[in-house]
Write a protein that binds this ligand. Structure first.
Ligand SMILES: Cc1cc2nc3c(=O)[nH]c(=O)nc-3n(C[C@H](O)[C@H](O)[C@H](O)COP(=O)(O)OP(=O)(O)OC[C@H]3O[C@@H](n4cnc5c(N)ncnc54)[C@H](O)[C@@H]3O)c2cc1C
Length: 279
């Protein structure tokens, strides 16, 4: 299918993008990498009257300051995948990157687009929640920051209003005590995950503390498995698997029971990564 007719405007700046969204009263959509948006237009799941192209307005840098890694919304997946700064200071994002789609899609797709789109099976939303990140939103009344855990509101639903632009994300820079793990199961490499797990923790003596286990593909938003986190911090992977407090529903790809089983398989893999990476 072809998309419904739409007008196109190239934003000159972040402020211009916000102004154009506001001028069109919820009828306009931002175009970032286009890797999800264009498909939804072609399938006529969405028919905005205007696309506001935010490519070329900057917002694509990576910097490390005050113990935080800041990534501009327009940083492309491929840039993050190849970035030495991301590998060093945000290793969970580096681990997740090769699982996102295929190289051609990663060349265009952006971190801001992925978070704004909020697919429940996407990798980056879970990584941001696992890292306890923050998301900057710029709208008609200026800029505000939202914790990643509060950003994802429901299925494809976020804290972004119709006139808002996701402008940057921040995650705490990894320290020598930071441990991360990532695993997912997909029918083919590059497909959206059936179930995935992004994890972060801190070393604490011979064990782990501050364990954050965030699943994707098991609910409408990234889901923290809090009882399993406590059990894993207590040192027992078996107890953590038993404590997995997820309630995945059936979907087109797998039953809830299969997803629950796969969540346990992933937890064992990720727990091993967290342990192996320990100095
Ligand atoms: C075949 C295929 C396989 C894929 N597999 C995966 C996968 O395994 N895992 C995965 O995570 N993703 C996958 N993707 C999606 C890919 O990661 C996209 O890049 C991402 O979802 C959207 O990013 P984008 O920059 O292309 O956003 P766009 O498609 O341009 O925009 C997506 C939505 O977000 C809005 N938006 C974009 N940027 C902003 C912003 N800065 N502020 C506010 N709103 C904004 C747009 O208006 C639109 O509604 C796949 C895509 C394809 C086509």
């Amino acid at each position: 299918m072809k998309p419904a007719p739409f007008a196109y405007a190239k934003a000159r700046s972040l402020e211009d993008a916000v102004a154009q969204l506001a001028d069109h009263h919820g009828e306009a959509k931002l175009l970032a990498g286009g890797q999800s948006l264009i498909a939804t237009l072609n399938m006529r799941l969405s028919s905005p009257s205007l696309l506001v192209d935010i490519n070329g307005i900057g917002l694509d840098g990576i910097s490390v300051k005050n113990g935080m890694v800041e990534i501009g919304a327009l940083a492309r997946h491929a840039t993050l995948e190849r970035s030495a700064e991301i590998a060093r200071h945000a290793p969970l994002i580096a681990l997740a990157m090769p699982h996102i789609a295929h190289p051609a899609i990663r060349n265009r797709g952006t971190i801001g687009g992925s978070l704004a789109y909020a697919d429940p099976a996407a990798e980056l939303p879970a990584c941001l929640v696992a890292l306890d990140g923050e998301i900057d939103i710029t709208g008609p009344s200026g800029r505000r920051s939202v914790e990643a855990a509060d950003f994802f509101k429901g299925l494809f639903e976020t804290a972004l209003g119709p006139h808002d632009v996701l402008s940057a994300v921040r995650v705490p820079a990894a320290t020598s005590g930071t441990r991360v793990g990532f695993a997912e199961l997909a029918r083919r490499h590059g497909d959206y995950a059936l179930v995935g797990l992004a994890a972060a923790a801190k070393t604490s003596g011979k064990g782990l503390s501050d364990v954050r286990l965030v699943y994707f593909g098991v609910g409408a938003t990234p889901v923290r498995a809090r009882k399993a986190e406590t059990a894993l911090a207590g040192g027992s992977v078996d107890d953590a698997v038993k404590a997995l407090d997820l309630e995945p529903s059936d979907d087109l790809h797998a039953s809830g029971a299969v997803k629950q089983h796969l969540a346990g398989v992933l937890l064992r893999r990720v727990a091993k990564q967290l342990a192996e990476l320990r100095a």
